[in-house]
Design a protein around this ligand. Structure first.
Ligand code: ADP
Ligand code: MG
Length: 686
């Protein structure tokens, strides 16, 4: 037998079971080993039945001494069992699950978790349970029980029995794919030990250690694929080689009204290195809202321009493009450089002028929207493409803009902060720079959660800010499926505000059903201060900078993800004034916890992390869009430290042996080519 032997060759597994196993991705003997428990029950920590008190949430273990299905008056059928341990008995009930009568038998040992309620006596209603089968008296005590992901027709118990039955025969067949120094660097056990630890642990801690080995291997494989793809892409990407002449960039440094943060200096250095190299830059600059990405982009633009090249900066909305043109214009005024603006709103005459400049070889900087993508926009010498809020553009759109130059360098910017190793896992062949430091002097935003009963006071407070000349946002969540209802709610609320607390104010309603021009017009009036209160159902443009806005009131805050709330909060606190973010409404306890966590920090990385943990990665980033590899065991976020180690190890392995050709690396390469189709193309020899 080998690990590649079909499972049907294993004792006790016929074709019927094999079909069910295949549903779990288990077709070969080795797959059975790779089917890792998703959690463990530590039977040493169960509550003795006598101590399972009403009101408590407990895990208990006991033998079924009686069972049956009882009808209730409402017609619901309840499966009930009484379990017993050395200390006493407890009733367990599963309302609406009479079918359990077929699978739970007298003398089976049940491990149940759930709340104990009072119902003619103590009664536990399991959230989860595991049927351990009719094992010997005392079984489970002092043992850790593996709980496997099952499927219809394959119970956890059956799976556990199968694995246990074959484990001793399969373990000796396990070969180690990782070189010893890698095991040592990552401080993880050998594969064989790890397999034993996850399937037959002596303690939960041991199971965790075994799992970390398997997770590490997965992360390492993915990092190897990504780093290798990155290396190949770089080598293939012949690009421009700029020279750091320190002319314009030095002038800017002198003219800058503030000192760059360490993070900005580091990012600029990384970008300069890319631009000086003969390879093509393909870098993602990510940093929280307000981290100061713009000035970093401007430094790279100047480096291109002092080499005689043109630069295009593309933003997702006209408003953002105009804002960039304004703020960058101010920044570059001392250097005598005026950026060109190219948007759909530009009058025909100005547009013609801009197009002529771009078609010339002059080293200009153009800032624009999708309008830059139009066929009539031609560049004389486009050397650098910068894309703000890069996730708002499709891959094709980015390619169209790059295609207007000859292999221009590319700098992408994103305001969704995620840990660096995770970014590298997600964005495949991009290099990543991170701004993880805020410019100094920014006032923290005071964030509070207020119940419905405090509504009047909240608006009263907003009015004192308005009296002081400040501006206010009020945001409503939008659920796409019920856009109409939400819009109605927002409209009603808007009416209530303009006839109530904000009767004396200039208030505008902004929602997604308005044509883009109208939305832009309203935003523009808010930017200019004509509108004092902006009631919005759409998420207000990321990156919109109205320094005078100091209050952000968010209705139904529980309906927003934490990262969304963070983006919203980033709209205030941009000027010198103390700013406030009020999360308004009555929310459940779970949401209240989430929101108070949010209120306690302004660290975008921390918030993104919490959000990822709560909602999963796909939700936040669109896993498909980024080709996020499917992890079976690892969780790049929860296993951030392991992932970081995996990245370091992958870099070192590939630096010394780019194709993993050395004999010591054969097993690893084999592992890659078996597990990942792309590996064949990336690690082929010759
Ligand atoms: P974002 O990363 O969100 O695009 P911006 O580039 O718009 O951030 O910068 C936010 C604000 O911080 C701007 O007003 C900018 O002038 C200011 N800023 C940027 N870098 C610094 C710095 N090192 N010190 C002080 N202020 C800075
Ligand atoms: Mg920005």
């Amino acid at each position: 037998m080998t690990l590649d032997t079909p499972v049907t060759y294993l004792k006790g597994i016929g074709s019927a079971r094999a079909t069910l196993l295949a549903k779990l991705g288990i077709t070969m003997a080795g797959d059975l080993l790779r089917h890792v428990p998703h959690r463990y029950e530590d039977a040493t920590t169960v509550t003795p039945l006598a101590n399972a008190d009403v009101g408590a949430d407990v895990t208990v273990l006991g033998r079924v001494i009686a069972k049956g299905v009882l009808p209730t008056r409402k017609g619901l059928r309840v499966f009930q069992a009484v379990i017993q341990d050395a200390t006493g008995m407890l009733e367990i009930a599963w309302p609406g699950q009479p079918f359990l009568d077929r699978t739970i038998n007298k003398d089976d040992w049940l491990l149940c978790t759930g709340p104990v309620r009072f119902f003619h006596g103590r009664r536990l209603q399991p959230r989860e349970f595991v049927n351990l089968g009719p094992e010997e008296e005392g079984t489970g005590e002092g043992r850790v029980l593996a709980v496997y992901p099952g499927t219809e027709g394959l119970s956890v118990r059956l799976l556990r029995a199968m694995v246990q039955q074959h484990l001793d025969a399969l373990l000796p067949l396990v070969q180690e794919p990782l070189p010893p120094e890698v095991l040592q660097a990552a401080d993880v056990p050998s594969l064989r030990d790890a397999m034993r630890m996850v399937h037959r642990p002596t303690s939960v801690a041991e199971a965790v250690r075994g799992r970390s080995r398997l997770a590490f291997e997965e992360l390492l494989c993915v990092q190897l694929l990504h780093r290798r793809a990155n290396m190949m892409a770089r080598d293939a990407r012949g690009g421009r080689q700029f020279t750091n002449r320190r002319q314009l960039t030095s002038q800017l440094r002198t003219a800058l009204p503030y000192t760059l943060t360490h993070a900005q200096v580091r990012a600029i250095r990384e970008i300069v290195q890319d631009m000086e190299s003969p390879r093509r830059m393909h870098r993602l600059l990510q940093g929280d809202v307000g981290a100061g990405k713009t000035v970093v982009a401007v430094f790279s633009a100047l480096l291109a321009m002092e080499n005689g090249a043109q630069v295009a900066l593309m933003a997702p909305t006209e408003l953002l493009a105009e804002q960039h043109a304004r703020s960058i214009g101010t920044l570059l005024a001392p250097l005598g450089i005026t950026p060109l603006l190219l948007t759909g709103r530009l009058p025909a005459g100005e547009k013609r002028l801009a197009l002529t400049r771009l078609a010339s070889p002059d080293a200009v900087l153009v800032i624009g929207t999708h309008a830059l993508l139009q066929p009539d926009v031609r560049f004389g010498n486009l050397g650098l493409v910068i894309i703000d809020e890069q996730h708002r553009f499709g891959v094709e759109q980015r390619a169209v803009l790059s295609g207007k130059g000859e292999t221009p360098d590319v700098l992408l910017m994103s305001a969704t902060p995620i840990p660096r190793s995770l970014a590298l896992t997600m964005y495949g062949d991009l290099d990543v720079s991170v701004l993880d430091e805020r410019p100094p002097g920014r006032q923290p935003v005071t964030t509070v959660v207020r119940p419905e009963s405090g509504r009047a006071k909240v608006f009263e407070f907003a009015n004192t800010q308005l009296d002081a000349g400040r501006q206010v946002y009020v945001v409503y969540p939008l659920i796409e499926t019920s856009e109409k209802i939400d819009l109605k709610a927002a409209t009603v609320m808007y009416e209530a505000l303009v006839t109530g607390p904000f009767a004396a104010r200039q208030v505008a309603l902004l929602h997604g059903r308005l044509p883009a021009e109208e939305r832009d017009a309203i935003m523009r009036r808010f930017v200019q201060g004509e509108v004092q209160v902006l009631v919005a159902t759409t998420v207000i443009e990321v990156g919109i900078d109205v320094g005078n806005a100091t209050v952000m009131i968010i209705e139904h805050p529980e309906r927003f993800g934490l990262s969304q709330l963070h983006q919203l909060r980033g709209r205030v606190g941009r000027g010198g004034e103390q700013s406030y973010c009020v999360l308004l409404g009555d929310v459940g306890t779970e949401a209240a916890e989430r929101l108070s966590m949010f209120a306690s920090t302004e660290d975008g990385f921390e918030i993104a992390r919490a959000d990822l943990q709560l909602r999963g990665m796909g939700d936040l980033f669109g896993a498909k869009q980024h080709g996020l590899p499917a992890f079976r065991i690892a969780d790049p976020l929860r296993d951030e430290a392991l992932n970081e180690t995996a990245r370091t190890v992958a870099d070192r392995l590939l630096r010394d042996d780019p194709l993993l050709e050395l004999p010591a690396h054969h097993a690893l390469r084999h592992q890659l080519t078996v597990g990942y189709a792309r590996a064949l193309e990336l690690f082929q020899i010759g």
